[in-house]
Design a protein around this ligand. Structure first.
Ligand code: NDP
Length: 281
């Protein structure tokens, strides 16, 4: 009897919007691996039972997206990153145990590495807009790269305070009104809010005070070129877009499930860009 093909999936609720199948199936084809990567719409109340026996569902591992990232942590043996961030987005089986990690962290930092090698050198202050799920991974990534001061600007102050409680005094909660001053100091600006995303309110931010050596990253990838990135590029600043982070965060899961460390190439990027473009039509 033929071996069943190796398969992984992305588990979400809803899950139709996820680009992960496009990315992983591109790599499976590119590397000639007989595998599959699917979407699984799983309601919150059914999540724990679903991941308790992934092989019975036909999977060697999975990505986890909203709203399951915290439940995934509880249902698995998390590595240091997932535990520190408080959320897991990648699950895999090893030695009969379900392990987890958070690859949004390396997705964020690897994307900056690709945009501007050694970006962390000489950069001492960052401004992070937002304090939601993705901000946790971004703040952890900045701390890993030893950025000493991270100003977290969020509409809801308690969430910024919670990040300080989780990650320590490098995190400095601040109000939106402090941005002109903070932008004049910080060498890194990251938008982790959903502002500027298709269907969401715009990100109203005047970059006039920003430093000329600042690096600007936006996690939003629909649209690909956000108003923030357009404005930063017009000032000649280095930028990193949300699609890059999405692609780099997928690398480790693929390696864990299918045994090859895949490359983020211009051809892969173009394929996902074309898909994002189709949605925008
Ligand atoms: P969350 O829902 O966890 O957080 C949303 C954040 O946006 C909060 O800080 C929230 O502030 C803020 N926000 C939302 N609406 C407003 C508003 N009207 N005014 C001010 N602030 C607002 O979302 P995530 O962190 O998971 O995702 C955020 C964005 O990042 C999304 O666009 C998502 O697609 C993108 N993303 C991209 C990834 C990538 O790989 N490129 C990975 C993960 C996310 P408050 O706390 O006050 O509500």
């Amino acid at each position: 009897m033929a071996e069943p093909i190796r398969a992984a999936c992305v588990i979400g609720w809803p899950v139709e919007h996820s680009r992960s199948p496009l990315i992983h199936n591109y790599w499976l084809k590119h590397y000639g691996i007989a595998g599959d990567y699917r979407r699984e719409a799983v309601a919150p109340e059914a999540f724990a039972a679903f991941v308790a026996d992934l092989p019975a569902q036909g999977y060697v591992g999975a990505n986890v997206t909203l709203p399951h990232k915290e439940a995934a942590l509880a249902a698995s043996e998390p590595d240091d990153r997932a535990r520190a961030v408080g959320a897991a987005n990648t699950l895999w089986l090893a030695d009969g145990h379900l392990h987890s990690t958070n690859t949004d962290v390396e997705g964020f930092t690897a994307n900056l590495d690709a945009a501007l090698p050694d970006w962390e050198n000489g950069r001492d202050e960052a401004v992070v807009l937002g304090a939601g799920g993705s901000a946790q991974a971004v703040v952890y990534g900045l701390i890993e790269r030893q950025i000493p001061v991270i100003h977290v600007v969020n509409r809801t102050q308690e969430r910024a305070e919670a990040l300080r409680a989780r990650f320590g005094p490098a995190v400095q909660p601040a109000h939106w009104g402090a941005l002109p001053h903070l932008l004049s100091r910080a060498e890194i600006l990251v938008n982790t809010t959903s502002l500027g995303m298709t269907g969401q309110p715009p990100l109203a931010l005047d970059l006039a005070p920003i430093r000329r050596d600042a690096l600007v990253a936006d996690l939003v990838y629909a649209p690909l070129k956000t108003a923030l990135l357009v404005s930063a590029e017009a000032r000649g600043l280095a930028t990193a877009d949300g699609l890059g982070m999405l692609l780099y965060q997928a690398v480790r899961g693929f390696q864990l499930w299918f045994g090859i460390r895949p490359e983020v190439t211009a051809e892969l990027r173009a394929a996902i860009e074309a898909d994002l473009g189709r949605e925008g039509e």
